[in-house]
Design a protein around this ligand. Sequence first.
Ligand code: IDP
Ligand code: MG
Length: 169
Amino acid sequence: MICTVLTLFYIVLKTMSSNKERTFIMIKPDGVQRGLVGRIIKRFESKGFKLVALKFMWPSEELLKKHYADLASRPFFPGLVKYMSSGPVVPMVWEGLNVVKTGRFMLGATDPKDSNPGTIRGDLCIQVGRNIVHGSDSVEAANKEIDLWFTPKEVVSWTPASETWIYEN
Ligand code: IDP
Ligand code: MG
């Protein structure tokens, strides 16, 4: 009996906490310059994900080198840092069930020539070096990126009025 109650409690807790998964999404300088900020945000909003942090800033090369540290040895790295620091960006944190994986699906493949129609990159851009939006590729990466771009106070916990119409539990 106690075991059953504990198991149920564990399942409820697990379900609740996975609805709180977070990912780091950033509209890149080309997305901002091309006036696509509203359209990209709208996709995540319409899906039902919850916006918990957002800012508008011109990132330094130093910050971008940290953000893309894993790619430092790639031949396109200097060009990537130059592109990403060429204008303002919109870093955001979105929250929801499986938001990391679903967020990547919504972005589409890294190279827009391989991104399916219906995805953000598939619909709105053409070249890999101008692919308008970033999204974390794992929960670990998301946590690292959120810590790099936002202070804890900038990430806001809140309950949207629509929540019970988006999640059954
Ligand atoms: P991701 O953004 O889909 O996670 P990553 O492999 O992590 O893809 O690469 C980070 C970013 O580096 C890409 O979004 C793209 O802007 C850029 N990039 C990746 N591969 C190339 C390339 O071959 N040429 C130019 N830029 C690239
Ligand atoms: Mg990546």
